[in-house]
Design a protein around this ligand. Sequence first.
Ligand code: FES
Ligand code: FES
Length: 216
Amino acid sequence: MAPPIEFEICRRTLLVGTAVSAAAAAAGLTGPANAQTARNGLPVGPQRMSVSLKINGAQRTLELDNRTTLLDALRETMQLTGTKKGCDHGQCGACTLTVNGRRVNSCLSLAVMHEGDEVTTIEGIGTPGDLDPMQAAFVEHDGFQCGYCTPGQICSAKAVIEEIRAGIPSHVTGDLTVPIKVTDEEIRERMSGNICRCGAYSNILAAITQVAEERS
Ligand code: FES
Ligand code: FES
């Protein structure tokens, strides 16, 4: 199962960055922080930073340890626990939300990188009395069992519909001169970064297909 393109780029960038840092450390190419450590004989950090961002339409300013992930900032600082922590390293998709309309694995993204961004979590999508069409379709098609993956699935599914409407290609998209067909293969590919341990995949697919057809 290949992840969406943007996730793959993030992971690759992260891995390259880690490798470069490790090589620099091995070569003794220490930066200013380490020079300061050497002078004082004490470890430097952690440091706290301020970040202002819009969460589900509300402007928030947070003071955070600069190592805090967006996922932990939401869950631990703002008590927005709808976004779930599964693997905590970019493999399951349980933490999926959107930043400025694009899907992001929030466990892989530092909160302080999101100055000025608009973040939408499952708490910003519909309400129990007024479900979003994607939420209603998941209920109608039994698109969940334990429900742990469901917030990420729904955030991802809504973004998938928008990606298809915008003509953003996937790995299975063919001729880009014609509108992307909403096939099972297309949806499965685009949702492949969201794992469901209960195996509700066929029902999730049915829910997304219904919403995609309603919106086409
Ligand atoms: S918790 Fe982020 S991808 Fe699994
Ligand atoms: S419904 Fe249980 S993990 Fe997906």
